[in-house]
Design a protein around this ligand. Structure first.
Ligand SMILES: [Zn+2]
Length: 346
């Protein structure tokens, strides 16, 4: 079934508008909605051209008016028009014969009219082809959306959840992506054919998640078009460091405390990290601030992985037993070396 189109409304003219007015309305609209100017208005321009070619042609216009109940307001005729009318009535010239008696000037005008209308028809055909191509186009999948979420170290260890407000793009529900309704910009999407809306999504973040990990929520991305699949939503996890842990790209930097006797005697210590428990061999005489690089023990991403860089600091335990204090006193008496001897001479 062919849908009724109000050609007058499309062109913004009335049944009483002159051909010159119709033409100028068409030109004005063509400048605005010609697909060369705006490829998204091909459908609308098709309607505009259809309206124009009908209303500019007296026969087609008459048929259209009769079919859809439009009327031209009868004009009050001037004396000369009356005379012309009387002459026409007397001669009863059929419309096609009437063409023959037109002046050469009018013939010229008719010719340019025809060229213009042929041009329009060519354009029209091309757009129809373009439109058909567009319609045959594969369904377009929606694009993915990536959202960054920052969590703390404790959350990364225990797992947590976050509610994110994600901006989704979908086809405008009012114009169904056509951008125009009856020749006017769709008021819902302001002629973009798309509408964006925020949707709240609660994301569960599993325990022991790594910095830079990406969680995929299938189908929660932007909406697909023409039956295309929805995109996915990716949640990129960023773990915010604390005083002990810092992230530097794929490298993870740990500040690890060691006891005075571990520093002096060396030995193997166990370090609890987000990347798992790590055994670190301390050499004897380790100093505060000394760095140890554990190659490949940083954040793993695809086939790359960073390093873990451990900086040790000698830390005195907050509470010491009497036995420990006695041992430190003994240590003090036994110590012969002046550690500050070369403070200014070095
Ligand atoms: Zn719309």
């Amino acid at each position: 079934m062919i849908k009724f189109k109000n050609y007058y409304e499309i062109l913004g003219v009335t049944p009483d508008s002159s051909n010159a007015e119709i033409k100028s309305a068409y030109r004005r609209l063509a400048r605005k909605y010609h697909p060369d100017v705006n490829p998204d208005t091909a459908e609308l321009f098709k309607d505009i051209t259809e309206a124009y070619t009908t209303l500019i042609n007296p026969e087609k216009k008459k048929q259209y008016n009769m079919l859809h109940g439009f009327f031209e307001t009868p004009k009050t005729k001037t004396t000369s028009q009356k005379a012309e009318q009387e002459y026409k009535e007397k001669t009863t010239t059929p419309p096609n014969r009437e063409q023959n008696i037109k002046s050469s000037f009018e013939k010229k005008k008719d010719y340019s009219e025809k060229v213009f209308s042929d041009k329009i028809n060519d354009i029209f055909k091309e757009f129809t082809k373009k439109e058909q191509k567009k319609k045959k186009a594969e369904p377009a999948n929606g694009t993915d959306i990536t959202v960054d979420i920052t969590i703390g170290i404790a959350e990364a260890l225990k797992g947590t959840s976050r509610t994110v407000n994600v901006l989704h793009t979908q086809l405008c529900p009012k114009c169904k992506g056509r951008k125009f309704i009856n020749g006017a910009k769709c008021s819902d999407c302001n002629g973009t054919g798309e509408k964006s809306e925020y949707r709240k999504i609660t994301v569960k973040i599993p325990a022991k998640i790594k910095n830079g990990a990406k969680l995929r929520l299938k189908g929660e991305g932007n909406h697909g078009q023409n039956g295309g699949k929805n995109g996915d939503l990716y949640i990129k996890i960023k773990i915010e460091g604390n005083s002990k842990v810092k992230y530097d790209g794929l490298n993870v930097l740990y500040n690890v405390p060691i006891t005075p006797f571990e520093a002096v005697l060396g030995g193997e210590i166990e370090v609890n990290t987000l990347e798992g428990n790590v055994k670190l061999k301390l050499p004897a005489h380790t100093n505060s601030g000394q760095k140890f690089r554990l190659s490949g023990m940083g954040v793993k991403q695809k086939n790359k992985s960073g390093d873990m860089i451990i900086t040790v600091h000698i830390e005195i335990p907050q509470s010491l037993s009497d036995d420990e204090i006695k041992l430190y006193e003994k240590l003090k008496k036994a110590s012969s070396h002046n550690i500050r001897e070369n403070l200014l001479n070095d």
